[in-house]
Ligand binder design. Sequence first.
Ligand SMILES: [Fe+2]
Length: 243
Amino acid sequence: MTTAAVGRNTAQARVADLSWDEIEQNLWESGFALTGPLLAREECEMLRGLYSDASRFRSRIEMARYRFGKGEYQYFAYPLPERVAELREALYGRLAGQANAWMEALGLAGKFPSEHAVFLRHCAKHGQARPTSLLLRYRAGDYNCLHQDVYGDVVFPFQVIFCLSRAGEEFSGGELLLVEQRPRAQSIGHAITLQQGEGVVITTRYRPVKGSRGHYRANLRHGVSKVVSGERFTLGIIFHDGK
Ligand SMILES: [Fe+2]
């Protein structure tokens, strides 16, 4: 999508303006898809500015303590910041159909409802009611090990990551890494650099890959390469709630 998307006021309108055919095609082909800019510079600065306001968050994780990497992140508390809540709802609405197509391709039971509020009630019934959207802060030397953001039985197949800092100006290094493990084959790696305000839809856990006898399951993990200099903030929007 173009910067025109950022000019639209509501998250709903911006999300609707994205090139969804292209996004869906990229998701089928490689398990991730860039959205183009969805947040204006001021919005990125406002969101990352929240990092120092502890009242907005339910918990803070120092990655080194858990051997998740180095650096830290914080899970937002409910209510989420308005812009995050709107994006979460609007993006879910566009991705639910694709999520169902993936479930079908993988021969998995269950159907994701078209409305995010209905999906959140489903999460709550499975004991998953805590917000999972997060802000991550990486400084020089920080990194994030390859992982998956799974917090219980209920898992939405996609999540969206936004870069809130300017690559090359405010930080260097710190690429988003995606590694796809295929059965009986070596893994494929992708290094992704996002513009400030741009999002990328990634596979949360696994994706369908077309084989000679239908689709098989390829597992994806993501992480962040070491930040060489500066400070890098990202926003992670995860659609399922956690325990
Ligand atoms: Fe993650």
